[in-house]
Design a binder for this molecule. Structure first.
Ligand code: ADP
Ligand code: MG
Length: 254
């Protein structure tokens, strides 16, 4: 079972992860107020569909404009305009198939200054049942592409469940991502809370692509995709409620 980016970020925020401020919008007329609650100078309007590759996607309808499902705006008005163009329209990405997915909600997010885009994922290794960290300096790209063309740029290792997460795991992630100075400590803390969230919330997959180094030199979760172990959902009624929250999006449910 998957949840939307904005729901995944709210969940990670509860664990203390650095995520941007944002507002989910279902009706175009609410966009201005929502965007106005953030200071700018940059807003990012992000289509909430259960598929990745939104940035590089395109809309089927001409009136949605040429741009993809992640749009930068330089004013509240522009953010509202882009919201209006996207809502109700059909976004096609390499993960949706040619039919695309209807955009029934957008997330208006505070824009970040980006220095580097990195890739990070936590997965359950099916063979060993262990949790693995997967990291790459090639964030913002499709990890399948990186795996196919430059597999040496992906590092992965698993955590022994007997010891659980240890700071050296986080340091290993930090060094493989080329982090320096205070970012190493930040990374150790971030990996600890992601691991905790992963275990406590019965996640099967947590993909952060990109994890960024901001222009101020700190780490931030800029995109988040979470998949849950459906069999464990009786332990997570509040996660199931998240699914109900989006149930009015009939074309969206998988
Ligand atoms: P997707 O993976 O579905 O294309 P992302 O959330 O990864 O969607 O966004 C695509 C790209 O848009 C990111 O790699 C990043 O460059 C940019 N981006 C996304 N969110 C923000 C943000 N809040 N501020 C600045 N740039 C962003
Ligand atoms: Mg992404």
């Amino acid at each position: 079972m998957n949840i939307h980016e904005y729901q995944a970020k709210a969940l990670l925020r509860q664990y203390g992860a650095p995520v941007s401020d944002g507002r989910v919008v279902l009706k175009a007329e609410d966009a201005k107020t929502a965007a106005g609650e953030m200071d700018g100078p940059l807003w990012v309007v992000k289509a909430q569909i259960h598929a990745g590759g939104r940035g590089k996607g395109h809309f089927k309808e001409a009136d949605a404009g040429e741009k993809g499902g992640v749009r930068l705006a330089k004013s509240v008005e522009e953010a509202a305009e882009e919201t209006k163009k996207m809502l109700g329209r059909t976004l096609v990405t390499h993960q949706t198939g040619p039919a695309g997915k209807q955009v029934n909600r957008v997330y208006i997010e505070d824009g970040s200054g980006i220095e580097r885009e990195l890739y990070l994922a936590l997965l359950v290794d099916r063979q060993t049942s262990r949790i693995s960290f997967v990291c790459s300096t090639e964030g913002g790209m499709d990890i399948e592409e990186v795996a196919a063309h430059t597999p040496e740029k992906i590092l992965s290792f698993s955590v022994d469940p007997a010891t659980g997460y240890q700071p050296y795991h986080g340091r290993r992630v930090a060094y493989s991502l080329g982090l320096e100075g205070k970012q190493v400590k930040e990374c150790v803390g971030l990996m600890a809370l992601l691991y905790k969230a992963f275990v406590e919330r019965d996640m099967e997959m947590l993909e952060i692509n990109p994890l960024i180094v901001t222009d101020e030199g700190s780490l931030k979760v800029l995109d988040a995709k979470v998949g849950f172990d459906g069999n464990a959902m009786y332990r997570q009624p509040d996660i199931l409620a998240l699914r109900d929250e989006t149930e009015e999006d009939p074309k969206e449910l998988q």
